[in-house]
Ligand binder design. Structure first.
Ligand code: M6R
Length: 608
């Protein structure tokens, strides 16, 4: 989604803004721009398309200045076009503003401004806000911004500069992340820490409703009543190398190959093998609370929702607590049953997904305890939940979620183990699960070593128009996830289905042109899945089968076999998802798709 970066200090802001915007590219965008303040006033450069286009514009008409703001836009109001790109200028040319989010009452505000003679050059809600700041300006930029925000309804992360009040960036947040980066004689603002990580690791996260005035030599945070606030300084512990491709062709491939390490990181210090138990320091649930939970709701979107489905089975299997899984976007628009003993687990890689955040707030409002499974440290969900389990998978830059998914499943298994051991799960069974968890990183490594086999398979199927992914039990969600990976980066239509449900509709699609990926490890439902494979074979579908040992039942039945190491049924999704990630990746690359930034998609979806 949209990205914001800002700089005030002694250096020329333009290269810093461009560098920051490039670091935000992964979030998805369709146009970009910068505005800088210097002795000559405000200079704005914008371009539709990639940041390289903006660089070309800057090469032809350079700009320079020690204070600047930059933006990558993901279109909401008006198509991708230079006129709709940010920063937007006020009618009198004194104010430049960048904005993430949506001003919902912009049409009404625009009408009022038009009646006062304001002219609009874009289709955006942002230009309306910019002119409203001009209209309300009375001597101090922050006062005008505050007054404008009081009139605007909706969500925002904004940065504003003005020739009339130079030397400062005014930033504000409601529903769209923003932070202040602290440097020595210079300060930054950014919607995502990766934009400024090369320059500082000390940041102050703004909360919803916060505003900040950021200058070269300091910053001040205050609320909508203009009361100064004391927000803590946090330290980012990511390394710069973690947000670089490090020799891989794409971030997605790097992140797939990182999984042996990321799984270890998710489990580090949390698996107590001898007790068959897990240690989860941040969940903030007492022994009694853990025992009195009588219902779990898991809410999430996209890939995180798929891990939620696996979490449902894990918790019901190990702890015998009833679990409901809810799409976050649906949860708050119905009337869910939440009891005082409901635990609401909120899963989000980014910790910023607007629907998931809203669902968590709704669950809290209804009295549930909330537990966040989040990857990005310091993100909004991580700061607002009652307790949490950080995934520690490191920054995930590829839009297609890979390492976060496997870490989510492992974190859910750790939680289910804890809930189960507090109840009826035996220590013997607990130890078996703990050992199987600890074996996962090496097993993932074995799968990755066979990536060339999957690449060859991708060559064979890269021109397919459709794919079906089928699995049962723990691997029905794996099928959904495999299909999502393929469709989002290769643009091949793919559907995930419970294998047996296929005969109630999708079977009509099967002919010799339909590749069907079966996820069939040797688990409790293996024989049943083989029957489903027979049904596809009888209709001449092309069968790619993921299984976990040599199976005579599969001989002559499947066209291709992908072998994964054996593990407990409940952990098979972790292993099975890795070859599916690789298959999607190689097919997308062979089709020439932009794997890390697929069309229309954003890394973190911060609008409803
Ligand atoms: O950051 P989140 O986990 O909350 O993101 C949820 C979805 O937007 C995300 O998983 C999306 O579906 C990915 N593109 C999947 O690869």
């Amino acid at each position: 989604m949209c990205g914001i970066v800002g700089y005030v200090g002694s250096r020329n802001s333009v290269p810093l803004l461009i560098e920051g915007l490039k670091r935000l590219e992964y979030r998805g965008y369709d146009s970009a721009g910068v505005a800088v303040l210097n002795g000559h006033g405000l200079e704005t450069r914008r371009a539709e398309g990639k940041i390289a286009k903006l660089e070309q514009v800057l090469a032809v008409t350079p700009a320079e200045g020690g204070l600047g703001i930059g933006h990558t836009r993901w279109a909401t109001h008006g198509p991708p076009a230079e006129r709709n790109a940010h920063p937007h200028l006020s009618n009198d040319g004194t104010i430049a503003l960048v904005h993430n989010g949506i001003i919902e009452n912009y049409a009404e505000l625009k009408q009022g401004l038009k009646a006062q003679g304001y002219v609009f050059h874009s289709d955006t809600d942002t230009e309306v806000l910019t002119n409203l700041v001009q209209e309300l300006y009375g001597g101090r930029l922050e006062d005008a911004v505050l007054a404008a925000l009081e009139r605007g309804e909706g969500t925002y992360g904004i940065a504003v500069v003005s020739t009339r009040d130079p030397g400062k960036i005014v930033a504000a947040r409601k529903g769209s992340p923003l932070l202040v980066g602290l440097g020595d004689g210079e300060h930054f603002i950014a919607s995502d820490a990766s934009a400024i990580l090369a320059h500082t690791r000390e940041v102050v996260y703004l909360n919803d409703g916060d505003l900040a005035v950021v200058r070269k030599d300091g910053y001040r945070v205050f609320d909508m009543k203009a009361t100064t606030l004391d927000r803590p300084v946090a330290k980012i512990d990511w390394e710069l190398a973690q947000i670089e491709r490090g020799g891989y062709d794409h971030f997605m491939l790097k992140e797939i190959f990182e999984q042996p390490q990321t799984l270890e990181n998710t489990m580090r210090g949390r698996v107590v093998l001898e007790d068959g138990m897990s240690k989860l320091g941040g969940i903030n649930l007492s022994h009694d609370e853990l025992l009195t939970i009588d219902q779990v709701i898991i809410t999430a979107c996209g890939t995180s929702w798929h891990s939620a489905l696996i979490g449902e089975m894990l918790i019901e299997d190990l702890a015998r607590i009833p679990v409901e899984v809810e799409y976050a976007s649906e949860f708050r628009y119905r009337n869910p049953i939440v009891t005082p003993n409901t635990l609401c687990i909120v899963i989000s890689q980014s910790g910023e997904t607007a629907d998931t955040l809203a669902a968590m707030r709704e669950a809290k409002r209804r009295g549930a305890k909330t537990l966040g499974l989040v990857n990005v440290v310091g993100s909004t969900i991580a700061r607002e939940d009652d307790g949490g389990i950080y995934l520690h998978a490191g920054p995930e830059i590829g839009v297609a979620s890979t390492k976060a998914f496997t870490s989510q499943v492992v974190a859910l298994a750790l939680l289910a183990l804890k809930l189960g051991r507090k109840r009826q799960l035996s220590s013997v069974r607990g130890r078996e699960i703990a050992q199987a968890l600890l074996d996962l990183p090496a097993q993932v490594k074995q799968i990755l070593d066979r990536a060339p086999e999957i690449e060859a398979l991708a060559e064979r199927y890269k021109d397919a128009q459709n794919f079906l992914y089928l699995g049962r039990g723990y691997n029905f969600p794996t099928a959904l996830e495999g299909a999502l990976k393929l469709k989002e980066i290769s643009y091949i239509h793919a559907e995930g289905y419970p294998a047996a449900e296929m005969k109630h509709g999708p079977i009509a699609l099967i002919d010799e042109n339909m590749p069907v990926v079966f996820i069939a490890p040797h688990d409790a439902v293996f024989d049943k899945v083989v029957s489903n494979i027979q049904e596809v074979k009888a209709r001449r579908g092309r069968i790619i089968c993921l299984t976990s040992r040599e199976e005579h039942m599969l001989e002559g039945l499947v066209d291709h076999e992908i072998r994964i190491p054996p593990t407990l049924d409940m952990l098979t999704p972790v292993l099975a998802s890795v070859p599916l990630q690789l298959l999607a990746y190689y097919i997308a690359v062979k089709r020439g798709a932009n794997v890390d930034q697929p069309r229309n998609l954003a890394k973190s979806v911060t609008v409803e």
